[in-house]
Design a binder for this molecule. Sequence first.
Ligand SMILES: [Zn+2]
Length: 158
Amino acid sequence: MLTAHLPSGYCLGKLSRFHGWTFAAAVLGSVLPDADLLFFYFIDQKAIHHHRYWMHIPLFWAVIAGVALSLLWNSRFKQVAIAFFAAIFLHLILDSVGGGIMWLAPFNTELWALVAIPPRYPHWVLSFLLHWTILIEVLIWAWAVYFFLKQRRYCAAR
Ligand SMILES: [Zn+2]
């Protein structure tokens, strides 16, 4: 997924009727795994695919979510934590469309993707942009814009 993680978190927040910190947690969780791009570009010099870093490993997030949710279950932060980890896993699912995620790591390090996007063009971004899976991103963006405009109309009518 190239560009639709942020709007996917926005849609998750709107669909779940999250508000305040819970909505913010959904938006943050939808993009947080890609923070490893900083390490990928500036420290690791693009040595390995960033989906192989721990920020993109489902078992890592499952353990963190299990611990956090068990600690926060009876607190007022329960909804915030649920929104955050739901968005994290939404990110991983969306990255599984064409990019690939190591769903079975550390037991199997294969990157699992629903669709193999062949490197038809000189730059990988062009191959992703000109593949039909970009329509999924366009759909997510359209959905987010719909929610945004719907909210603006609602606020303007009040
Ligand atoms: Zn990602």
